[in-house]
Design a protein around this ligand. Sequence first.
Ligand SMILES: [Zn+2]
Length: 221
Amino acid sequence: MKNIMFIAPPAAGKGTQADLIVEKYHIPHISTGDILRDISKENSEIGHYVSEVLSNGGLVKDDITDQLIERRLKQDDCKNGYIIDGFPRNIDQAKIYDKILEKLGYKMGYVFLISIDEKELEKRITGRRVCENCKAIYNINSEIHSPKIDSTCDLCGGRLYQRKDDNIEAFQHRYQLYLEKTEAIINHYKEQGVLYEIDGNGTTEEVFQAIDRIISGDDEK
Ligand SMILES: [Zn+2]
């Protein structure tokens, strides 16, 4: 069983790694955002509640979220493992997640902590450019990901721009929040012996290989 969770700072490539795991192991990517969006379309009491909260931009009550996650993890497609995303966000939720797993008879599996040098993250974020036409993403600080012609999309010739949040101040703010928010969760999983630290400074392929080396051929967990 491959139950997988990532703890990673912004721009660490968590989404890409999740996609690669889904592709190789055919396990579902469970995101709390998706669960809530799906349930909000359901014609039930809980569906109506979630739909109303989401359309008002509010936060769904914790106990409802917990219940929905448990319900989702119970489904057959999760029996061989899954990637959980967007949960737990804090230590209280981490303790609730422990209880959900216990109830379902599941193991924690692998918690991957992707560690990247702050300078590398800064480079990734401040160098990011997006095509205003086809949304392709480039990075002018990376040899392989920079566009062939300055400020121009290789794919469609569209103009490249920098997102408002992709600046150093916004990054540092988000990064500090990330460190504060994850410290207790990291210790929690370290104590459980399920935390695997991955060096995220390498290429997508290198990072994936490091993760895959840990999960491949190990069906006991
Ligand atoms: Zn383009």
